[in-house]
Every structure is written in structure tokens, then in C-alpha cells.
Design a protein around this ligand. Structure first.
Ligand SMILES: Cc1cc2nc3c(=O)[nH]c(=O)nc-3n(C[C@H](O)[C@H](O)[C@H](O)COP(=O)(O)OP(=O)(O)OC[C@H]3O[C@@H](n4cnc5c(N)ncnc54)[C@H](O)[C@@H]3O)c2cc1C
Length: 461
């Protein structure tokens, strides 16, 4: 207790005292993230709102002095327990480091602080005719720092890749307080090891990102969304491959199963066809003159694949309505029961049908409801399972189902996360998909970067 009091007092001496929170209520509010873990067992000792790099370095110095964890936090919207507090320590809140520092039209790059909200960044660069494609469904709130740390993707990953493909340089405060730069402002770099990709997806365990330089691309002139409904999941999945085989490359090919369609329509009416088994949400983009051509080819393929109904957006309102519906799936699911869990498994696309039908069979076996959405163009599926955590039996069945879903994914040549990360929620399963030699090397990397194990300890492994 004495040690904790000294830590708080040192923090308040080094950081403006109003930026250091340590009442019980405040600590409680930051013990949880969007993972919605079942029981909060540990609270942080303090929450610090940092305003600049020097303050981050000061906090890291104190964490080393008192040997307490430092857990970075953007918007707290990760769904794998990456910000969950397990051993006390300091939450570093980046909401005050939220400036876009510069946008270069010439270089097509942007330099940002980690607390910038992704959707705001997209709007700003789009004003200049530029484009930052990574788009997790909650981009209205999630931050650049958090999306770098979780290697976030989103619907547009299919055509444009994920956060990994856009980070060209990071300024990072290391566990000993030194500043490391991972890359350069150039869009190509073959100079030494690629530290960018090491930090992207490292979940705050290797260093603290205080500035990021991101690559931008030209904003596509036009976009349109086609929603296609099917009477079987199999037909929907086959249509995904049929589109790709025709060398048409939509920006997104997303999926909703019947439960997801019905649940969303119930809570956010968007005229979705609730009697259909599955739907694909296909976005095309590009030059205005190519839009009709793309629509015609895709519609033809969808008809050949037995799509039972096709809706096409004709204006921004219709476009936004369809995407709002698709992005609302987790929020809608959360209304079915007191709690909701979401997952993120990915397989080579040839095994997509087996994954979707397999997840459904596993959930049926354990009498669990499941709403399935996913970025199926990538082979990525998000089973969302509404649950009542107070129901011991249901929780037990959920844990068994979750383990079986991971076993199935591994058997189908897949991996445990395409974009959400591992955090604390999946670490006990990581050995199912990463071999022991690779895991050993990962642990050694962690030790080299963070010998005192203060940076978000025990996450991932
Ligand atoms: C409704 C919903 C829909 C979602 N849809 C998608 C989706 O489609 N695709 C997708 O990829 N994800 C999705 N996610 C997951 C989530 O959006 C991402 O994980 C998100 O980008 C995390 O951002 P955040 O700012 O909330 O980070 P946080 O949750 O605050 O933090 C995430 C991780 O980043 C670390 N971190 C934060 N800032 C820093 C920093 N400056 N330096 C080092 N580490 C840092 C934290 O310690 C933690 O480990 C969804 C989540 C929700 C709730």
C-alpha cells in the first residue's frame, strides 16, 4: 500500500496532477474493455492521461522504479482483453494525444499522434482526395494507436490490406524510456529488419507508440454497395469464390448469416430481408466510368450463383444504410442477452464453407445462439455469441464451444485472429496455431524489448 501511495505521489509530481486518476470508481472504469470479460478481478493503480512523449517517458521510468505494469489504452474497444488489467499498474490513456500532425499530399503520408480516432483521420485525408483504408467496424471511436497495436483490419482489407500495410514509421517509447524509430517517411524500405511489422499487432507488449507515419493512397472516385441474399450459406460462400475467380476485385465482400440479418433488422430496421439464410455485402469502388461495368459483372455472377434477391445502393443514404446495418451486428446482438462475445477466426478461403457451417454446428451442439458476420473475402468470420454470464451452465458451454471453434479453425489451416489480436482471451489457445519454436522466439523478442516485463505483461502468450 505504501509503495502504491508513493507511486501515485510520484506520478502526480511528474504529470499534471489533474491527469492522474486514482479513485476507486475511476480505477474500476478502466479495468475492463470492450471484451466485456466475465469478472473484473484486478484494478489499475492509476490512470494517466498523457499529453506528450516526455510524459510517456516519465511514466515508463516510474513503472521501472516501482516494477508495475504499463497498459496503453486508446478507446478500449478491442475485444480480446488486450487492455484488461491483470496485475495492477498504470493505464496510459492517449485521448489527449489526438492530433493529426501533418498530411503530405506530395508524399501521400500522414503523421499522427496515437489517440487520433480512425474515422476522423479518414475524413480529414479524404478532404484532400486521399484515402486511409483500414476500417474496423467501430472506426467511429477506435484509435490509431489501438488499431496499430491490434493490427486491425476491417471490411476493406480484402482489396486494400490491413493496418500492417500502411504503417511506414513509428516513434516508440521503449520499456527503458529510450525512443526507437521503426522505419522512415519513405513508402519503400529495405534497410534492415522490418520493425514496423513487428510492432504492428504487438498489443502494447513491446513498446509504446507515440507517433505514427502512415501511407495513404488516392481516394477512389466512386463507390457503391451491392447486397445479395441467398437461400443457403453454401450458395453465398460459393458466390464469394465465383466473384474472385472472375478477376473482379471488389473493395469488400462481407457476410451476414440469417441470425445476424434478423437480429440487426429487429433493432436497427434497414429493410433487410429477414427470411434469407445469408447475405453478402459487396462494395465496389473505382473510377465513375467503371462502376456500371463492375455492377453488371457482379450481378451476373450473383445470379448465376442463385442469389435470390439483389439490392444495389443508388445514393449515399442507401449506401450508408446498408453499412450501418452491417456494422451494427455486435450492438444488435448485445440486446439479445445481458452479454455478448465476439470472435475472429480466419481460414484459407477454400475452407470458408466448412468453417461457417462448422461454427454453426458447434453452437447448435452447445445450445448457443450465434450471429455470424465476417469479412469473407479474406476468409475471416466473426461469430457473435449472446450470453448471460450469470448462467454458469451457459458460460461452461460457451467455453467448450470456443475451444472447439479454435480446434476446427486450426484443422482447416486457419489462424486464431485475422484482425482482433490475442490479448488475454485467446492466449491459452495460441499453441494450436503457432508452433513451439516460433512461440519461443516470440517470448525471446519480448524479453529483449522488455526485460522487466512491465509492458502489458502476459498478454498474447
Ligand atoms: C463493435 C466492434 C466492432 C469491431 N470491428 C472490428 C473490425 O471490423 N475489424 C477489426 O480489425 N477490429 C474490429 N474491432 C476491434 C477493435 O476495433 C480494434 O481492436 C481497435 O482498433 C482497437 O482500438 P482502440 O483504440 O479501442 O484500442 P484499445 O482497445 O484501447 O487498445 C488495444 C490495444 O492497443 C494497445 N495500445 C493502445 N494504444 C497504444 C499505443 N499508443 N502504443 C502501444 N499500444 C497501444 C493497448 O494496450 C491494447 O493492447 C471491433 C470492436 C468492436 C467493439
Amino acid at each position: 500500500m505504501l509503495m502504491k501511495n508513493k507511486l501515485i505521489s510520484d506520478l502526480k509530481k511528474n504529470i499534471p496532477a489533474s491527469n492522474v486518476l486514482n479513485t476507486l470508481e475511476e480505477r474500476y472504469a478502466y479495468a475492463q474493455d470492450a471484451t466485456n470479460i466475465r469478472r473484473i478481478k484486478n484494478l489499475p493503480d492509476a490512470v494517466v492521461f498523457v499529453e506528450n512523449t516526455e510524459q510517456v517517458q516519465k511514466v515508463v521510468k516510474l513503472a521501472n522504479k516501482y516494477k508495475v505494469p504499463v497498459i496503453c489504452r486508446g478507446a478500449g474497444t478491442n475485444v480480446v482483453g488486450a487492455c484488461v488489467v491483470e496485475h495492477g499498474g498504470i493505464i496510459l490513456n492517449f485521448s489527449k494525444m489526438n492530433k493529426i500532425l501533418s498530411i503530405s499530399k506530395e508524399n501521400m503520408t500522414v503523421v499522427v499522434e496515437p489517440g487520433v480516432v480512425l474515422g476522423c483521420l479518414q475524413k480529414e485525408v479524404e478532404k484532400l482526395g486521399l484515402f486511409y483504408p483500414p476500417d474496423p467496424s467501430n472506426l467511429a471511436v477506435s484509435t490509431i494507436g489501438g488499431s496499430i497495436a491490434q493490427a486491425s483490419g476491417g471490411a476493406k482489407s480484402f482489396k486494400y490490406g490491413t493496418t500492417k500495410d500502411y504503417v511506414i514509421d513509428l516513434k516508440v517509447v521503449m520499456a527503458d524510456g529510450q525512443i526507437l524509430k521503426t522505419g522512415s517517411g519513405t513508402i519503400k524500405n529495405a534497410t534492415g529488419y522490418n520493425l514496423n511489422t513487428l510492432f504492428v499487432g504487438s498489443e502494447g507488449t513491446l513498446g509504446i507508440v507515440v507517433e505514427a507515419t502512415l501511407k495513404l493512397i488516392p481516394k477512389p472516385q466512386s463507390k457503391k454497395v451491392i447486397m445479395a441474399y441467398f437461400d443457403t450459406v453454401r450458395e453465398a460462400v460459393l458466390a464469394v469464390n465465383a466473384i474472385i475467380e472472375q478477376r473482379i476485385y471488389p473493395a469488400t465482400i462481407d457476410f451476414m448469416d440469417k441470425n445476424a440479418i434478423q437480429t440487426v433488422e429487429k433493432f436497427y430496421p434497414a429493410n433487410l430481408l429477414t427470411d434469407k439464410e445469408a447475405a453478402l455485402v459487396i462494395e465496389t469502388d473505382g473510377f465513375e466510368c467503371s462502376m456500371k461495368y463492375q455492377e453488371d459483372i457482379i450481378t451476373r455472377i450473383l445470379n448465376t450463383c442463385n442469389a435470390s434477391e439483389i439490392q444495389v445502393s443508388h445514393n449515399d443514404d442507401e449506401y450508408n444504410k446498408i453499412w450501418t446495418a452491417r456494422r451494427s451486428s455486435m450492438g444488435a446482438c448485445a440486446k439479445l442477452k445481458p452479454n455478448v462475445t465476439t470472435d475472429d477466426v480466419i481460414v484459407p478461403r477454400e475452407n470458408l464453407e466448412a468453417l461457417v457451417l462448422g461454427i454453426r454446428a458447434i453452437c447448435e451442439k452447445y445450445s448457443l445462439e450465434v450471429c455470424m458476420v465476417g469479412h469473407v473475402g479474406d476468409g475471416s468470420v466473426h461469430p457473435q455469441i449472446p450470453i448471460n454470464y450469470n448462467d454458469e451452465d451457459e458460460y461452461k458451454r460457451y467455453k467448450l464451444a470456443k475451444a472447439e471453434i479454435y480446434d476446427l479453425t486450426a484443422k482447416l489451416g486457419g489462424i486464431l485472429s485475422g484482425e482482433h489480436g490475442i490479448g488475454s482471451e485467446k492466449r491459452e489457445h495460441i499453441h494450436k496455431v503457432i508452433n513451439s519454436v516460433a512461440l519461443d522466439y516470440m517470448r525471446q523478442i519480448k524479453k529483449t524489448f522488455d526485460p522487466n516485463n512491465i509492458l502489458n505483461p502476459y498478454k498474447i502468450f
